[in-house]
Design a protein around this ligand. Structure first.
Ligand SMILES: [Ca+2]
Length: 460
């Protein structure tokens, strides 16, 4: 009937790049340095893609800060091109801002170059700076989701052919597509065993200080199960879904003690564990989710925080990401952008929600319809039925991820509609008031008289 190619029609969204690394010049100051994990990051990509500005601002407690960008995938933590690059960025920042002491916050394998530095203060960077120039001013180190004894996932990705099913969103934690890189090889459990025993990386099992510096550890210990929750929503569904898959792949169970990427045995090898949270996955610990950023900020400011056993959190709430972006719970007439025809959007009333049938908009709005639950690629899923795509040549292909249209079919399939990587375009984030979202959903075409996958505009 009709063929409407989807690619290349909506590329309007651009993100203004924020340049980080800006400390506020002032008299003798306490600062904060952020060191990212595996990945070759620039200062800019580390700021906007890895940490995000809002998370940085939550953790730094108003203090001048430095976002480090270094080759954290191409270089293992013990290589000069890793720790030396970090040193060569900290020194001029210290001098320009009169930083007399600072807290270092790392995420994931960012712990490794720091551990090398703490154990090799006499080493010299490519630009001729002794590590001690930097470490002498470190007041404390906060390792967030540190990889202290390696991860079985690194064993798997560096073993040929064993990592085919890992989610793209999780591959990012190994530095992107070419994940068989020096930093990942360094994180193999067998290699880390060597580095921990031969002095490559400082920090003895159970120690609370390394090189005289207090070490705090922030970690999650579960990948939370309910993807349609406020907890899972923080940072994006894509990571939660991917880390659930990684938990299963790396540890054989969703219930294993892991944040989806680093096992609790690795993150807890040493250090004073200040956050030990069952609702904080590996991605969320760099994004200040679940109050972790606020607690880290207090630690930065030397304000006491309750021990993990006494930390309390607001109850999770169910969120309706696609429903909020696309008004999918509401029934209404709309114009199909692709055909120009008027379509009837079904919506999801409280009666429809539990009427015993599969109601497409209930799946999208609430994550379930009667006893049916998504994400699911099962045959009952109406979003995967070719009969409901009469004007299309494809049935919900993955190429629709992150193309600017919030696809109900992808929500039903995976729980999210987003690209992976540093930009992380998410099609189903609600536009602000006065804005609009492009949305695709199953609807009744009143002109042709059949069900069709219609693209409509949702106004907010
Ligand atoms: Ca899409």
């Amino acid at each position: 009937m009709h063929f409407f190619p989807r690619s290349g029609w909506l590329f309007g969204a651009t993100c203004a790049a924020l340049l980080g690394a800006s400390g506020v010049a002032q008299a003798a100051a306490d600062g904060v340095v952020f060191v990212h994990g595996t990945g070759d990051q620039s200062v800019s990509s580390a700021t906007t893609g890895y940490w995000t500005q809002s998370s940085i601002d939550t953790m730094r407690s108003g203090r001048p800060y430095l976002i480090v960008g270094y080759p954290g995938a191409s270089c293992a933590g013990f290589s000069q091109c890793s720790w030396g690059s970090i040193v060569d960025q900290i020194v001029p920042w210290m001098n320009a801002n009169n930083i007399t002491s600072f807290t270092v916050i790392t995420h994931s394998n960012g712990s490794s170059p720091l551990r090398y530095m703490l154990g090799h203060t006499g080493a010299v960077s490519a630009k001729g700076h002794a590590v001690s120039t930097v470490t002498s001013r470190i007041s404390q180190v906060i390792f967030s989701a540190p990889d202290l004894t390696g991860t079985p996932l690194a064993d798997q990705v560096t073993t040929s052919g064993s990592f085919l099913n890992i989610a793209n969103s999780v591959v990012e934690f190994f530095g992107g597509g070419s994940y068989n890189n020096p930093a990942v090889v360094q994180q193999r459990t067998d290699n880390m065993r060597v580095y921990n025993s031969n002095g490559t990386f400082a920090g003895a099992q159970g120690a609370t200080t390394v090189g005289g510096k207090p070490i705090s550890v922030v970690r999650g210990n579960r990948v939370y199960a309910n993807i349609f929750s406020s907890d899972a929503y923080c940072g994006g569904y894509m990571y939660t879904i991917g880390l659930k898959a990684a938990a299963l792949l790396g540890w054989g169970s969703f219930n294993a003690s892991t944040d989806g990427f680093i096992g609790s045995d690795s993150s807890g090898y040493f250090g004073n564990i200040i956050i030990d949270d069952a609702r904080l996955n590996h991605h969320q610990s760099r994004r200040s989710c679940h109050n972790s950023g606020t607690l880290i900020g207090k630690k930065v400011a030397s304000v006491s925080i309750p021990p993990p056993s006494q930390q309390t959190y607001t109850p999770e709430t169910n969120v309706q990401a696609a429903a909020l972006a696309c008004n999918n719970y509401a029934a209404a007439y709309a114009t199909d952008f692709m055909t120009g025809n008027t379509v009837w959007k079904y919506g999801c009333s409280s009666t429809q929600l539990n009427n015993g049938y599969v109601e497409p908009d209930c799946l999208i709005s609430y994550g379930y319809s009667s006893s049916y639950r998504i994400p699911s690629t099962a045959s009952w899923n109406p979003f995967l039925n070719p009969a409901y795509y009469p004007t299309w040549s494809e049935v919900c292909p993955d190429s629709w991820q992150g193309d600017g249209i919030c696809d109900a079919c992808l929500i039903s399939k995976y729980g999210f509609d987003a690209t992976t990587g540093s930009t992380g375009a998410n099609d189903c984030v609600q536009s602000p008031p006065g804005g609009s979202n492009w949305c695709a959903d199953l609807a009744w075409d009143t002109y042709y008289g059949f069900h069709n996958y219609a693209v409509v505009q949702a106004l907010h």
